[in-house]
Design a protein around this ligand. Structure first.
Ligand SMILES: *[C@@H]1O[C@H](CO)[C@@H](O)[C@H](O)[C@H]1NC(C)=O
Ligand SMILES: *[C@@H]1O[C@H](CO)[C@@H](O)[C@H](O)[C@H]1NC(C)=O
Ligand SMILES: CC(=O)N[C@H]1CO[C@H](CO)[C@@H](O)[C@@H]1O
Length: 505
């Protein structure tokens, strides 16, 4: 049967239309996709609004912070970190609690070749790989040394670590395992990322101020990375100095190259030493001393073990730029990142800037059930019972009775009496002498159970549990002498130049 001409024409036309449509589709497809993407991006950014109210913007910091947080270009102010490798060490029992926030904030502008993640187990976190620092430990050592038991139970876990390991109960074991990671991690770092200028080693609760860090290492410090250099915040274990690990420490490419390439037995040697020593950061110092003959150069307070709420603001902690902080929980990391992102200035970030923007707006005269860490000078009821109840640290910081003023003698009696100690110290109106104003010794106090302690710096501190019975003696009361703090800040004036620390031996 032959179809009528009209229907045949229709079929030819139909076929031609289909071919044309396919050809047009193939031809236009990339553009369509591209346009679709742009349209999609426009829609998401319209609906998800990358500009928010800045939750840190408060009465008291309006001049310092932007009212809004524009999240659309987080890396705009991020420095060029070429030549720097950042190595973060964590543990399988904590990695998922701490690392994701770091990746979302401080590490979000580092390129993959700029950082490495190490733990005591190989894990994958989204697109990021966490390497097992202990993978190269000798089998015999693993079997022989009891500290590796946790390492094995982590690997034997067939569900998530949280379901196998009781993190609180295993805290000490996790700590004991931690020290064995340091030297193998240093070796693997050089093998995986050789030939860079600087290697920054830190932990998952360390905060790095990247703008300051890169500026200082590359431009300000005058340090030559081809020399053998070891920088950090100095601690001691039985008189042996080392860079405190949690604050972060820095090795030059020069020393790392020599240490790793010239000494093939480091992991075995310091696994054995690990059984005799407390901590891995100490082992690093021992290895550098034994094999390279170098010691830590003190870089504190720029490399710092405190955080905004525990920093002792005052002399030596004001115009100094800050490079790192420690004991930062995930929320605190996010907060400080947001602070860096919403500052109104690009000027070098000094310790005073943390106080001005994050702490000052929250300062008040008194806080109940609060510990502000006052512990420089203490006044305790001389009654033997009260002396017995006080902790050893406070007892050791008591002023001699014959050196006390009348106000100081009564300070232990109540929080109000304790507050008078700082108030009685020379105030601004009493002196035009700037040096005297800067030398103020009493900024804050804490009272608890007939113990009054004061501090020569001002710190914010943290809540302290309310006592079970409503015994007012058991309550922790903290207070700040706001006039004294204000007077000291006025006497300091503006920090015209950041007080960069020159690392010293
Ligand atoms: C947010 O930042 C982006 C990129 O820097 C800019 O294009 C945009 O205009 C900013 N938005 C607002 C509301 O300031
Ligand atoms: C490597 O170090 C271990 C532990 O200190 C030691 O027992 C061993 O003899 C060393 N091996 C070599 C080849 O030096
Ligand atoms: C800010 C500060 O130093 N806080 C301290 C308060 O006191 C406790 C001990 O009770 C310390 O652990 C904190 O570091």
């Amino acid at each position: 049967m032959i179809a009528p001409p009209s229907s045949r024409r229709l079929r030819i036309f139909g076929a031609a239309t289909v071919v044309t449509l396919i050809a047009t589709y193939i031809y236009l497809r990339p553009q369509w996709q591209f346009e679709y993407r742009e349209y999609y991006d426009g829609v998401t950014s319209y609906f998800s609004r990358p500009v928010y109210d800045n939750t840190l913007y408060n009465q008291g910091n309006e001049k310092l912070l932007q009212k809004q947080y524009n999240t659309s270009n987080p890396c705009a102010r991020f420095p060029n970190a070429d030549g720097i490798v950042f190595v973060m060490k964590t543990g399988a029992t904590e990695a998922f609690d701490r690392v994701p926030t770091q990746l979302l904030t401080t590490m979000s502008c580092l390129s993959d070749s700029n950082f490495l993640l190490f733990s005591d187990m190989e894990q994958q976190m989204g697109p990021y790989h966490i390497y097992d620092a202990l993978s190269g430990i000798d089998e015999a050592d693993l079997a022989r040394i009891g500290d590796f038991d946790l390492y094995r139970s982590q690997q034997e876990c067939v569900v998530s670590q949280k379901e196998c390991i009781d993190t609180t109960a295993e805290r000490q074991h996790a700590w004991n395992l931690d020290k064995y990671k340091f030297l193998p991690m240093i070796e693997q770092t050089w093998r995986m990322r050789p030939g860079h200028d600087w290697y920054i080693f830190a932990e998952a609760d360390t905060y790095v101020f990247w703008a300051n860090m890169v500026h200082w290492l590359k431009k300000q410090s005058g340090l030559n990375p081809r020399e053998k250099i070891y920088l950090g915040s100095r601690s001691f274990v039985s008189n042996r100095p080392f860079a405190h690990g949690g604050s972060g420490y820095i090795l030059s490419g020069g020393v790392l190259k020599h240490l790793v390439e010239k000494h093939s037995n480091l992991t075995r040697e310091y696994t054995q030493k690990g059984t005799e020593e407390c901590c891995g950061d100490l082992l690093v110092a021992l290895a550098l001393d034994d094999h390279e003959g170098i010691k830590i150069r003190q870089t504190w307070p720029m490399i710092n073990g405190e955080k905004p709420t525990t920093l002792p603001y005052g002399r030596g902690h004001w115009c100094e730029p800050i490079l790192t902080m420690h004991h930062m929980n995930a929320e605190e990391i996010s907060t400080v990142w947001q602070f860096e992102q919403t500052r109104k200035t690009d000027r070098v970030l000094m310790i005073k800037d943390l106080y001005d923007s994050l702490i000052a707006p929250k300062m008040q005269k008194v806080r109940e059930n609060w510990d502000n860490g006052s512990d420089d000078v203490c006044y305790i009821n001389l009654d033997p019972d009260a002396q017995e109840r006080a902790d050893g640290h406070a007892r050791g910081r008591q002023r001699k009775e014959e050196e006390m003023s009348e106000i100081e003698k009564e300070a232990w009696k109540s929080p109000e009496n304790c507050a008078k100690v700082c108030e009685s110290e020379l105030s601004a109106e009493d002196s035009d002498d700037k040096e005297k104003r800067l030398n103020r010794n009493c900024f804050q106090y804490r009272w608890h159970d007939e113990v009054c302690c004061t501090s020569k710096s001002f710190k914010f501190g943290e809540p302290k549990a309310k006592p079970a019975d409503d015994d007012s003696k058991a309550r922790w009361t903290s207070g700040w002498y706001m006039e004294g703090i204000k007077d000291w800040i006025d006497a300091m004036g503006e920090c015209t130049e950041p007080a960069w620390k020159i690392p010293e031996l």
